[in-house]
Write a protein that binds this ligand. Structure first.
Ligand SMILES: Cc1cc2nc3c(=O)[nH]c(=O)nc-3n(C[C@H](O)[C@H](O)[C@H](O)COP(=O)(O)O)c2cc1C
Length: 278
């Protein structure tokens, strides 16, 4: 039987003061806590039946007012996957997974429904945009949980948004529909390490937002991660601008990443693609 305290320790790189010893947890909870992104897959296919159930899990996620403002595109065509793989550069590996999905925020369908029923659509705004992104994200996460509980490995791919114009054309995405992320899915051909997360003392707030001693807590977290899984020179961000950091810590990498704008013209792109963001 799985030791719950070990699951906790692996996730946070430190033990808890709580006594988990009497806890028996469902397999799904173990799967969720012990997961890690997988970037190497075997050639073994995923059956149509299993994929259909995974998509059913995706559609079982909660949805804002049950508006279901998302779609999922299964990239099946070999030539299409090859083409996207060529375009996406170093993330090419993701397209060689047995199944590659695009999770799409989709405000288009309900615009049509509204019009079809003879009403005027008056919700092309930031709130609807956000609800559509949340719907798509929750459906992706539901599918991730289902896939990982079934023994599959996955990796979300936001790099897809770096080639969003090409994806738009290749996948014929109409206005009001855009990919929040791709998802590579397959049977794992690697054992990936569990990534150590920030302690609950940083991310969980009781009754009010509390930033007390944040620097100290982040330093502690950095040291813990650095001891177990330092960020290698190769994985450090923007080495071409800042050089190799002496100490590959989480916060150094975050700061470096966020000091350089990423996809800065995305708002403009969305506006040109049917999202008014009013
Ligand atoms: C929205 C989203 C987009 C992501 N995009 C990529 C990506 O383009 N390439 C990649 O290798 N990993 C990508 N990831 C995976 C993250 O790098 C990974 O979740 C993170 O490093 C934590 O590791 P873990 O999933 O193993 O816990 C993405 C994750 C999310 C949630």
């Amino acid at each position: 039987m799985v030791k719950v305290s070990k699951l906790y320790e692996d996730r946070y790189g430190q033990s808890s003061k709580l006594d988990f010893s009497k806890m028996i947890i469902p397999d799904l909870l173990e799967s969720i806590i012990s997961r890690a992104s997988i970037r190497k897959f075997s050639d073994k296919p995923i059956s149509k039946e299993l994929l259909t159930l995974l998509l059913t899990a995706a559609q079982s996620a909660p949805s804002k007012s049950n508006l279901q403002q998302y779609s999922i595109l299964i990239m099946q065509d070999k030539m299409l996957k090859l083409k996207v793989g060529e375009l996406i550069g170093e993330t090419k590996w993701a397209l060689s997974s047995p199944v590659f999905l695009l999770f799409l925020a989709d405000i288009r369908r309900n615009m049509k429904v509204t019009k079809e029923k003879g009403y005027e659509y008056k919700n092309n705004n930031v709130d609807t945009f956000m609800n559509a992104v949340i719907d798509a994200s929750l459906s992706m996460q539901s599918l991730i949980c289902a896939a990982e509980a079934s023994g599959l490995g996955v990796c979300p791919i936001s790099m897809i948004r770096n080639i969003i114009d090409e994806i738009k054309i290749l996948c014929k995405l109409p206005k009001g529909v855009f990919p929040i992320a791709g998802l590579a899915i397959g049977w794992p051909a690697e054992k990936a390490p569990v990534s150590i997360r920030m302690p609950q003392s940083i991310t969980i707030h009781n009754d009010y937002y509390n930033e007390e001693h944040l620097n100290v807590k982040i330093n502690d977290y950095d040291e813990r991660v650095y001891k177990i899984a330092p960020i290698t020179d190769k994985k450090q961000r923007h080495v071409n601008i800042y050089g190799v950091s002496e100490k590959g810590t989480w916060s150094e990498n975050v700061a470096r990443q966020l000091s350089v704008p990423e996809r800065n013209d995305f708002r403009k792109w969305l506006k040109s693609h049917g999202f008014k963001l009013e």
